[in-house]
Design a protein around this ligand. Structure first.
Ligand SMILES: *[C@@H]1O[C@H](CO)[C@@H](O)[C@H](O)[C@H]1NC(C)=O
Ligand SMILES: *[C@@H]1O[C@H](CO)[C@@H](O)[C@H](O)[C@H]1NC(C)=O
Length: 959
């Protein structure tokens, strides 16, 4: 939900207006005046000015930072030293640590000595922590910090340099220049990432405010140093200016991806103006942006300051671990070929410039060389995607709001009547008693347990909204406990902070406090959240946090959190601290009942993937928003948070039938597949749509359900190695330059399924780009497409989802339509086999109970399917554990009921049966084979009926 009104329009009338249900939707575009431009943000402007000054000086510019060689020590994988920043009147000491990690990543940390020692004074009697914020890693980093045992100083370093060899086979090297300070990261002798190459390193050190006599000018422009006002709110800045900035250059790289969340293309654009470029830097300052705009570097609800640079056959990356407001400028420069060196081609360098308002410089550098290695190493640090409960990958039906418990039951019954599968129905905030979370509105939801029990009959779930703002109302038990225990966020004067949100006057729970986690935990127990059952899960919204009357619709930066950190220091991790608390709470709502939590979060930071799914917030029912959802979801995936989706149908406004239909056909490719709608929109549950659209939408949802085994396998892969669930073209074909900027088609896991949803009005074809010279088959009729490095036009009438299968794959499916995914648990499988040029195919399947953590103790099935020399076989990829035998027993009766082989060898025309050999069986058996001849451009195919081999068993089918 979450569709906040801009502060200026927030009035007491608001709730009245909602009650009357006649809220007028004003413009369709974002209110730019509610959000800062770079020029309106003091530190952004200062860092850009600093960059402009440097580039104006050109060769004459020299960065004022030096590494003092006398301080350099290298021990046990850590290089330490002191950077000296020389200003007109002082030398500022900045401790530096460069750690070389076993994973091949390197970490560069720069802090400020005076701040570390607490040797500064705060203005306005502030009680804020004197250190630079150094606890982001507590919320973000979960591993991967083991230092390399083999990293060594390079004895052959040039004078004025310290060089460290590290990484796999010592193929990486950090070349650290002392003066001016800079680092070149090399792989195989070639430089891939450069720090301070352009001399934009800038750490605004602490200094006292000097009150000058009237008329005396300060040496520098101090207008944004001590105080900043925006939208009627003044930030008191008790520590003065304290930003950190650094330029990071990727020589020879012309694409950079990542740094979500922005409604923009996958390949990030330049940001310093010029045709087709942005004028503003990409901003990361988690915000509730009402009616956000497309093709924009504006900030949105979440932030992951992780970037990949990609060129043919090489991917590298950086992760800027800083929780404060952050902006990134991107400029690409082309170095012309030297006219004397024949054959040399021009090359593009991508120069990025990162700056954050506060905190330390804490940067991880990844040298790849492939996108998969980057995903793995980054995932080791921030954690891999949570393997969700199986229901969570089905279809979610949401709207603001289902108005009564009877309404919920009726929607549930209608889905059954029209035979449309779904797994989860959602309640937005109106289920609560007067917007008090952990309560139910007594008149409209008198029987919440009856409602959940009804849903449970078809293994369906309920998700309800719980937000971090707590209504300020006497007698509300959550509010009373919050205050009694001192668990609320405070303002700069130390009083409980009060702002406006859905309930009106509210306080905010401060999840940075470890004691809050156990309290939050207790609130979710069945005996405290009365009326909640075990099939209820949680949606954490508005956790940027959204504050209707706050600056930029969020909290004042000088608010105070646990640990005496200013809101400025922690803003971007604020959202995940709530999710973290909710995750702990859902783990064990009743003693002994341990289930995987399901949480949807709107605000996020790196690490959120361990705990939650995300959606792209309050989009609009337009074709543009439908199109934008694909690069946004893909970008989240490569940035380590692949359990992502957009509101199907568009949140604001009413989609027409064509748009809604196409949106479902696209939405089935979001890892998180949920329809949602604003309170002012017309009802649009799929069964309400007139024919033929209803049937087309139902078929799309059924296609999702048919492929759930492939989806769950892709989720599993993401959960063990960080590979995105849906993958963009460059990720799958990192050597094919033609595909690097393509962000409107996607691959599902490693299945070879290539989808290109239709996102344009009235389109009835889709041009799918194919990178290699394998055959690709239309998923539905096996029409063959072949030809590398070009686009192929595929028919896409309204009823059709453009979808190809690459040759060489084995895809597990379940073909029997059911009401929910839970009811498909014991259904048999179909395997679809497409052969590659060598007549071989590969695939895999992961399956477990979809609910508990028993998979961590061997309670799962993981098979590899292989087709080679006319034999289809199933081998075990799993490792045995204490729960293996028990799980296999429950799956004993689950078999493969059908094998479809597309484009089989011609000789199969003569065959009428195959031989089935199951491990442990005394004899082999025969199963019938039916051959279907090629027709026109459609490939032939053969079907093995009822081989009935066990899904958890080792077997062979001989053709
Ligand atoms: C940029 O240069 C101008 C003119 O020399 C100076 O006044 C200003 O302080 C500089 N800005 C920064 C951020 O270095
Ligand atoms: C939640 O935060 C705590 C404290 O930082 C941490 O120990 C725990 O691992 C986090 N939980 C998850 C699921 O990341």
């Amino acid at each position: 939900m979450a569709r906040s009104r801009p502060a200026s329009r927030w009035t007491l009338l608001f709730s009245l207006v909602v009650l009357l249900g006649c809220m007028v939707i004003p413009g369709w575009t974002v209110k730019h005046e509610n959000f800062k431009t770079c020029a309106q943000s003091g530190f952004c402007r200062r860092n850009r000015d600093f960059a402009d000054n440097a580039s104006a000086k050109g060769e004459a510019w020299s960065s004022p930072y030096e590494l003092d060689p006398a301080t350099v020590h290298f021990k046990d994988g850590h290089l330490t030293g002191v950077l000296i920043k020389t200003t007109a009147n002082e030398k500022v000491l900045l401790p530096l640590t460069v750690s070389f990690l076993e994973s091949g990543a390197a970490r560069v940390v720069v802090d400020e000595e005076k701040r570390l020692k607490g040797d500064i004074e705060l203005r306005h009697d502030s009680k804020a922590n004197k250190k630079r914020y150094d606890e982001a890693e507590k919320w973000v980093i979960v591993g991967g910090l083991e230092v390399s045992k083999s990293a060594t100083l390079n004895a052959q370093a040039e004078t004025g340099f310290t060089q460290v060899l590290y990484g796999p086979g010592d193929k990486f090297q950090a070349v650290i220049r002392h003066a001016p300070f800079g680092v070149d990261f090399q792989r195989d002798g070639q430089t891939h990432v450069q720090l301070n190459h352009q001399g934009l390193l800038n750490l605004e050190h602490w200094r006292p405010k000097v009150d000058r006599p009237e008329g005396e000018e300060a040496g520098e422009d101090e207008s944004t140093w001590w105080e900043e006002t925006f939208g009627g709110n003044t930030d008191s800045k008790p520590r003065g200016p304290e930003s950190v900035g650094l330029d990071i250059t990727f020589p020879g790289y012309d694409h950079v991806f990542g740094i979500p969340e922005h409604a923009d293309s996958l390949s990030l654009k330049e940001t310093r103006g010029g045709s087709g470029n942005h004028k503003e830097p990409y901003r990361m300052y988690n915000s509730d942006v009402f009616e956000y705009e497309l093709n924009s570097p504006m900030t949105l609800y979440g932030a992951i300051p992780f970037m990949q640079a990609h060129r043919k056959s090489s991917t590298v990356g950086v992760f800027w671990l800083n929780a404060a407001e952050t902006w990134v400028d991107i400029v690409k420069s082309t170095t012309s070929p030297n006219p004397l060196s024949l054959g040399a081609s021009s090359k593009t360098n991508t120069q990025t410039h990162w700056f954050s308002e506060a905190g330390r410089i804490d940067l991880f550098v990844f040298l790849g060389p492939s996108p998969k290695e980057i995903s793995k190493t980054y995932g080791e640090l921030t954690g891999y995607t949570q393997l969700p409960q199986h229901f969570a990958i089905g279809y979610h039906q949401c709207r603001w709001n289902y108005v009564t418990d009877e309404d919920v039951k009726e929607v549930d019954a209608k889905f059954d009547k029209y035979q449309i599968p779904y797994d989860v129905i959602w309640l937005d905030l109106e289920y609560t008693d007067d917007r008090k979370y952990f309560t139910w509105e007594p008149l409209t939801f008198p029987n919440p347990t009856g409602m959940q029990e009804k849903l449970d009959e078809s293994e369906r779930k309920l998700v309800v909204l719980i937000d971090p703002h707590i209504k300020k109302e006497e007698g509300y038990f959550v509010q009373e406990e919050l205050n009694k225990k001192n668990f609320a966020v405070r303002n700069k004067d130390g009083d409980v902070y009060e702002g406006w949100c859905w309930p009106g006057a509210s306080n905010w729970v401060d999840c940075f406090n470890p004691a809050v986690i156990s309290w939050w935990n207790s609130l979710h127990k069945y005996d405290r959240f009365k009326g909640s059952l075990s099939n209820l899960f949680i949606w954490n919204d508005m956790n940027e946090p959204s504050v209707f009357n706050g600056p930029e619709t969020t909290m004042p930066k000088d608010n105070m959190h646990y640990g005496d950190w200013e809101h400025r220091d922690i803003h971007n991790v604020n959202g995940i601290t709530l999710v973290n608390a909710t995750y702990q709470a859902l783990l064990e709502r009743k003693k002994g009942e341990v289930r995987r939590p399901f949480i949807l979060t709107r605000s996020y930071y790196a690490g959120a993937q361990r705990m939650a799914a995300m959606w792209t917030g309050d989009n609009q029912a337009t074709w543009g928003h439908l199109a934008a959802s694909l690069p946004m979801v893909l970008n989240n995936g490569i940035s380590g948070f692949p359990f992502a989706g957009a509101d199907v149908g568009g949140f604001f406004h009413n989609p027409d039938k064509d748009l809604l239909t196409r949106w479902y056909q696209a939405g089935i490719w979001y890892p998180f597949f949920r329809a949602h709608a604003h309170i002012d929109t017309r009802r649009r549950e799929p069964y309400l749509i007139s024919e033929p659209h209803r049937t087309i939408i139902s078929q799309a949802i059924r296609l999702r359900y048919q492929l759930l085994p492939a989806w769950y396998t892709a989720f599993h892969e993401a959960s063990v190695n960080g590979i995105p669930i849906v993958r963009p073209q460059y990720y799958v074909y990192p050597d094919d330059e033609e595909g690097f900027a393509i962000d409107d088609q996607l691959y599902l896991g490693a299945t070879g399924l290539l989808a290109k949803p239709v996102v344009a009005e009235n389109a009835n074809t889709a041009d799918i780009y194919i990178s290699d010279d394998e055959k690709y088959y239309d998923y539905f009729d096996f029409t063959v497409y072949q030809g590398a490095g070009k686009r192929h036009t595929v028919p896409a009438p309204q009823e059709k989802v453009p979808l190809l299968i690459q040759g060489g794959h084995i895809i597990p499916r379940k073909d029997r339509p059911r009401r929910s995914s839970g009811l498909m648990r014991w259904d048999p499988y179909t395997l679809v086999v497409t052969l590659d040029k060598n007549g071989e195919a590969d695939g895999s399947l992961y399956v477990d109970d979809g609910e508990t953590f028993n998979y961590e103790r061997g309670g799962y099935i993981h098979r590899r399917f292989h087709f080679r020399e006319s034999v289809l076989s199933s081998e075990d990829l799993g490792a045995k554990g204490p729960k293996t035998a028990e799980y296999l027993k429950t799956m004993d009766g689950v078999t493969v009921e059908r094998v479809v082989i597309v484009d089989p060898p011609k000789e199969w025309r003569e065959k009428s049966s195959v031989t089935v050999v199951e491990d442990g069986a005394k004899t082999s058996s025969a199963a019938p084979l039916e051959y279907y001849k090629q027709q026109g451009k459609k490939a032939s195919y053969a079907v093995v009926k009822k081989p009935n081999v066990g899904i958890g068993k080792t077997w062979r089918i001989e053709f």
